[in-house]
Each structure stands twice: as structure tokens, then as C-alpha cells.
Design a protein around this ligand. Sequence first.
Ligand SMILES: [Zn+2]
Length: 271
Amino acid sequence: MKTRLFFGYDFETSNLLRHGGKPIEVAAVLVDIKTGEEIAHFQQYMYLEPGEKMGEEALETHGKTKAWLKKNGVSRKKAFGRIWHWLKKNGVSITTKPEHAGQLIQVGQNIALFDSIFLKEWAKEAGYEKPFMNVFTRRYYDTMYVAQFINDVYIKAYGYGAHLFKVPETGHPSPSLEHQAIVLGEDVTKAHGALWDARTAMKCHLQHIATHADILTRADTNWTENKNIADPAATEGVYCPHCAAWMSSDTSFHQKYSCIMCANTFYIQEG
Ligand SMILES: [Zn+2]
């Protein structure tokens, strides 16, 4: 088994998937799970094919017209070939073999309901869904979901108003990428595209690990369908907050763990 890496990513699209949306930009970062260092990054614009429309709301969000994309982008198939090559160059083996399953852990903002679906559709359209999706772990980290989870825990523990990610003007909880980034001290006033979003979500994720590891061991709703990786749901245990490996255990809480996959240690405080 090769070393696992975090795969932080983000798509800009022409519309929602149910309205025929297509990816127009993809950005990704590969990050060492042990050091949190960025190993490599990827960014690519994609043009829309004749007949495919740019949604009005999407255009307002990213400001990229069909004509601009035609000039600055490549076809979706070509872009997919490029990210495939980029991953291989960085040591990721892309096949359908079980021994190549779970090399990358998906990380991103709102990926559960948005980007992970576009990622799969993109691979499917290119004709490589099975080998491409095999490189990902079953578990992934949606920073929006985790931030929401952290807010909920704070509210429960300290009462309303003490949550970590909140809108300064109103004091209301918000798991948006911007509000997580504000907590990190990031400058959110600059214009940002897919690469900023992918990188910032990754920083948020690393921060979640550093401060709320015990929450990450149990915030377990985010799954991909990798049949080459067993579903651990039937056994007692916890997830390593660093590498997402499942560790069987009969005593789940108030215990120090040492991960056999990544050798990181973490402590679970809450019952
Ligand atoms: Zn681990």
C-alpha cells in the first residue's frame, strides 16, 4: 500500500448538475497527510461544447463566458487526461486493482452534494470512471459538513453564540468556506477561483484535524462507493482523523490511538 495523500479539489461549473451543468474549471492540490505540506497543484479551464449553455447564476459567480472559455480552456476529455497524467507523475497508480484502491482522500467544501458528483461524472464522460474512482478512499472530508458538525457541538456544549464559525455581523453559525477562512485569518476580500477554494478548504481541513480530531473520528456521513475497500460499519471502532483509516477498537472513547496506517497519534476526549 502506497502512502495516502489528501486530494483537495474544487469545480466551477456552468450550472447545477440537474440543470445540465458541466465543469468549466477544476483545481486540485495533493497534500502530505503527515506534514500538511502541499506536494503539487493542478488547475485547468474547460470549454463548453456547442449547444451547452452557461447558466446565468453561474456566470455571475465566476464571470467566465463561453467565448472566454473557448479561448482559455481545453475539452473536458483533454482536461481529464491532464489531471490523470498529473496524478501519475505524482506517484498515484490509476487502475481498477484492489491494491491501488484508496490512495487519495477527497477533501473540499460542499463536495458531498456538489463536487464529488461532478468528479464522478467527469471521469464517466471521459470513459475512465472505474479506474479513476478506485484511487479514492471510501471516506472523504467535506469541510462544510465538518464545520457544521463543529458548530453544532459548540452550540450544544456552550450555548448559542459560542460556535466557532459565525457571521460576525449577526453572530449566526455559518459553515461557509469564507467564514472558516476568516477563523484561519485568511484574506477573503481578494477575488478567488477554484484553486483558492481548493487550497483554502484544505487549510480548513488541516485546521479541523489540529483542533477537532475527536469530531473527525465520528463525523461519518461522507462516503464514496469504492467496492475495493471494505465497509467497516459493522465493527466497533473509530476513523483516523489524519488518513481516514478505520481502526477497530472495543473501547471507543477516552483513549489515545496510534494509527497503524499513518503512525499519527490522536486522543478522543468526548463520550
Ligand atoms: Zn491514520
